[in-house]
Design a protein around this ligand. Structure first.
Ligand code: NAI
Ligand code: MG
Length: 501
């Protein structure tokens, strides 16, 4: 395949040339107060492609102050229609610059360029436009009360103030837009802390935000590490809310850090989602459907279908078909147009995933497909792992309980609906789940019984801005996406007026 540089969109190449990338605070591109920078690399090659200003406590404090100022001045004066127009303008700019943004996403994250361009770009545009619409639909209510006398009562829905958003590396722009759009539509200002592995595309988004004409300080972007910038943001006394997506361990730290000023927290954490196949399912649909549920984005998806439950009477043949399908998935550099699955994000993630491959074998599970890191030829310097299917998995094994966050599927047979519901729910997580069947009653029974925020029937990983997305149990709380997201970015006020005689 041609060198990455040849495939890179000229604008993305231009973006990379001006280094180090600065951070966005109060409408200005600035260096870190410490002068520190960090490197970001391409997980397909292990090569560093940019150096980025590294935010720490002092920078976070500057950004929060800028966000507060904007919240109290320019943004407070911007009418809902003005917020709407700015979000729509941003969506148009995002679309116009889609190829460049997709390039940066592939370069930093490793995802296939085709997926970034044809999946991520329209998805982000849709999100921006959906919440642009919501900006003009923030409603309080007049309330008929029973208070003796003559009282008028109503509610107002008001913005929270300054939102801090701490994001992961698995879908940098999708996750950023999912916090940014409802937060701004509801009238908040924001400080974004992208993941240290993938700062570039969100910094480019920052340029588009300025170009769209958002007032300075409404959006601030501070790339940096979790223990420094992330924790400074989550404990900052003048931040009103943290929107976090990432691991449950970090989610727990964020709750603790939020205690100082009792800031609101919404958490979109991991999962170990059950993907349930009954013998009556359309198997031509279910085989690729269940394979892609774990191979998409190399399994680095919070709602990945990582536990495959198959009805006993078709278990062997179905698992074989999934394994065969997984073996045909083309793994490679995301810039290769043939590539369907890219690398894992980092060496750390590679160690984690290959660690689980070992743990699974030690626990007594066996590989039906894959099971190794890929190291030949073009794979040598990247973090590639084969699509892997584990068989002979017991439901209490670590590979069936813990989030692996790689292309690793654990297959388990089941006898009947009651048994699969019990096994399906027997994990600490509850983000998503799916059922494949032609029996409509059974489909609804599963949809009702599985304790998870999203259930797919005869499909997987389908998203829409109108649908809430959030977790049960250790998968977090607070629904991102859908009209409901406007609630987690606002607060309700009751007003009681004595009208007298
Ligand atoms: P992480 O949860 O540590 O990182 C996510 C974000 O939190 C990053 O921006 C990071 O800088 C920040 N962060 C880290 N420590 C922090 C702290 N003490 N205070 C504030 N912010 C902090 O996840 P990591 O280490 O990248 O991945 C580990 C595992 O987490 C993955 O293998 C996967 O299982 C899970 N994960 C789940 C994601 C999801 O979409 N639900 C996304 C990323 C990771
Ligand atoms: Mg990177």
């Amino acid at each position: 395949m041609p060198a990455v540089e040849e495939i890179l969109h000229p604008a993305a190449a231009e973006f990379l040339k001006s280094r180090p990338r600065k951070m966005l605070i109060g409408g200005e591109w600035v260096e870190a107060a410490s002068g520190k920078t960090f490197e970001t690399l391409n997980p397909a090659t292990g090569r560093v492609h940019a150096t980025v200003a590294e935010a720490d406590k002092e920078d976070i404090d500057r950004a929060v102050k800028a966000a507060r100022r904007a919240f109290e001045t320019d943004w407070a004066k911007t009418k809902p229609s003005g917020r709407q127009a700015l979000l729509l303008r941003l969506a148009d700019l995002f679309e116009e610059n889609g190829e460049e943004l997709a390039c940066l996403e592939t370069l930093d994250n490793g995802m296939p360029y085709t997926a970034a361009l044809n999946g991520m770009v329209p998805r982000v545009c849709n999100t921006l436009r959906y919440y642009a619409g919501m900006a003009t639909k923030v409603h309080g209510e007049t309330v008929e009360n029973s208070i003796p006398g003559n009282f008028f009562t109503y509610t107002r829905r008001e913005p929270l103030g300054v939102v801090g958003a701490i994001h992961p590396w698995n879908g940098p722009l999708v996750v950023a837009s999912r916090s940014l759009a409802p937060a701004l539509a509801a009238g908040n200002t924001i400080v974004l802390k992208p993941a240290e592995q993938t700062p570039l595309s969100v910094l480019r988004l920052g340029e588009l935000i300025l170009e769209a004409g958002f007032p300075p300080g409404v959006v601030n972007i501070c790339p940096g590490f979790g223990a420094t910038a992330g924790s400074a943001l989550s404990e900052h006394p003048d931040v009103n809310k943290i929107a976090f997506t990432g691991s449950h361990i970090t989610g727990q730290k964020i709750i603790q850090a939020s205690a100082g000023n009792l800031k609101r927290v919404s958490l979109e954490l991991g999962g170990k989602s059950p993907d349930i196949v009954f013998a009556d399912a359309d198997l031509e649909q279910a085989v690729p459907g269940t394979a892609w549920a774990i191979c998409r984005n190399a399994g680095q998806v919070c709602c990945a279908g990582s536990r495959l439950f198959v009805e006993k009477k078709i278990y062997d043949s179905f698992v074989s078909q999934v394994a065969d399908f997984a073996s045909t998935v083309k793994v490679g550099n995301g810039f290769d147009p043939e590539t369907q699955m890219g690398p894992l994000i980092s060496e750390k993630q590679l160690d984690r995933v290959t660690g689980y491959l070992k743990i699974g074998q030690e626990e007594g599970a066996e590989f039906r497909q894959g099971g190794s890191r890929m190291t030949n030829g073009e794979y040598a310097n990247g973090y590639f792992v084969e699509p892997t299917v584990f068989d002979k998995v017991q439901p209490d094994m670590r590979i069936a309980q813990e989030e692996i966050f790689g292309p690793v599927l654990s297959a388990i047979p089941f006898e009947d609906l009651d048994e699969v519901v019990k096994m399906g729910n027997n994990v600490q997580y509850g983000l998503a789940g799916a059922v494949w069947t032609r029996d409509i009653s059974r489909a609804h029974a599963i949809a009702k019984s599985i304790q998870a925020g999203t259930i797919w029937v005869n499909c997987y990983n389908i998203f829409d801005d109108t649908m809430p997305f959030g977790g049960y149990k250790m998968s977090g709380y607070g629904s991102e996406s859908g009209p409901h997201a406007m609630e987690i970015y606002s607060q309700l006020k009751a007003v009681c007026v004595n009208l007298g005689e």
